[in-house]
Design a protein around this ligand. Structure first.
Ligand SMILES: Cc1cc2nc3c(=O)[nH]c(=O)nc-3n(C[C@H](O)[C@H](O)[C@H](O)COP(=O)(O)O)c2cc1C
Length: 370
């Protein structure tokens, strides 16, 4: 008598009127065109632990890796037992399994030159390249020309060693020249068109531009929004940074929202000189990477930029702070993005104050209890 098991690494979806079934382990997707298959999955699940009796629907379910019989069922249960329960919610498990690289076509390349597949793919999407230079509508605000004096004088080692997350800002104004340097060095187009020209001469069409941090596919999917709290010679407000022009577009005058609430009551942040909200233009990534794995790239892009910001701001003698803890929809609203094609991922802060990991609120609570 064979043992059987329904593979739980699956997800059932409804999209554009079509029910789908995904095997998250293999990445294979099936359309459920006949509800008998769904009924059969229900039935098998309900009769778990009972002897297996086959039904006509089972052939396809076995082929899809959803119904496991005999040795496969035993193997599956053994792995489940060894792993123990997944520690987060199910959506994270779907993301984890679903974003793994398991495309059989990639591992089974038979071409002698292994780059052939990639080059052919790039050729196939070249015509539909999106515009990567993002310009939001609004009043254009010039920034002072950037200069590298501060980072030239500050050693990399010193910046690495002195960087610390500080949560005690004093609200002091940050000079616009410093903000301008930080924006350019972290988010500006630091490599000029000669780089593009060199590659064009070798037959490569470059669609992106380069910043000081690496970026998935050179798409520069991350946008930077400046929340100017206390910057000398810049009106308080919300601005978008034009990376390719080193200029700001004003999106809002003043801060017309409860920043502390948006940041889940990390209220010490409002005493920084400025915040930078980093969003990702998912639609840029969709163009080149049509798989959920690219969501990882969006997050990693932001991580690279965040560290560059930390080091550059430290070299300008600013204290830095960073957070991924905020109310997404409210933050998207603040910087006027849709939260669908473009979404907020991380917030950085720079300002003056004490280099103290403890916020004034926490210090107060500690004092009250001692
Ligand atoms: C991905 C990520 C998310 C973070 N989120 C928060 C946060 O929500 N609030 C906060 O105060 N610090 C946050 N931090 C800062 C960490 O708490 C801090 O880096 C850590 O305590 C180590 O301290 P250090 O940065 O001074 O080395 C975050 C850091 C990273 C890398």
């Amino acid at each position: 008598m064979s043992e059987f098991k329904v593979n739980e690494n699956l997800t059932i979806t409804l999209n554009e009127g079509i029910f789908g079934l995904w095997n998250l382990e293999t990445g294979e997707q099936y359309e459920i065109f006949d509800r008998r298959y769904l009924d059969r999955i229900f039935e098998l699940n309900e009769s778990s632990g009972m002897p297996y009796t086959s039904k006509p629907e089972d052939g396809i379910l076995i082929e899809a890796g959803i119904l496991l019989i005999g040795k496969k069922a035993e193997q599956y249960q053994k792995i489940q037992k060894t792993n123990g329960p997944w520690g987060w919610d199910l959506v994270s498990k779907i993301f984890h399994l679903g974003s793994k690289h398991n495309f059989p076509s990639d591992s089974a390349s038979t071409e002698e030159n292994k780059e052939t597949g990639y080059v052919t793919f790039c050729e196939s999407i070249a015509e539909s390249a999106p515009n990567l230079d993002i310009e939001r509508e609004g009043e254009l605000v010039k920034l002072p020309t950037w200069n590298s004096n501060a980072i030239d004088a500050y050693s990399l080692k010193k910046a690495l060693w002195e960087r610390i997350t500080s949560r005690n800002f004093n609200g002091g104004p940050v000079p616009l020249e410093i903000v301008s340097n930080i924006l350019f060095t972290t988010f500006g187009k630091v490599h000029g068109d000669s780089h593009k020209k060199n590659l064009a001469e070798r037959g490569i069409l470059t669609v992106g531009y380069r910043r000081s941090s690496p970026s998935a596919g050179c798409l520069q999917a991350t946008e930077a929004y400046l929340v100017a709290l206390n910057i000398s010679n810049l009106e308080q407000g919300i601005y978008h940074y034009r990376s390719h022009q080193h200029a700001l577009t004003k999106l809002d005058s003043g801060i017309n929202a409860d920043l502390s609430q948006i940041l889940c009551h990390q209220s010490f942040a409002v005493d920084a000189g400025f915040l930078i909200v980093m969003s990702s233009r998912f639609d840029k990534l969709w163009w080149k990477y049509p798989h959920s794995r690219a969501y990882r790239s969006a997050l990693m892009d932001v991580g690279h930029l965040s560290q560059t910001f930390n080091l550059v701001a430290t070299a300008h003698n600013l204290n830095t702070w960073l957070t991924g803890y905020f109310i997404d929809d409210l933050l998207n609203k603040l910087i006027k993005i849709d939260g669908f094609k473009e979404h907020s991922l991380f917030v950085l802060a720079g300002g003056y104050g004490l280099q103290d990991p403890l916020s004034p609120g926490v210090v107060k609570l500690l004092k009250a209890t001692t």
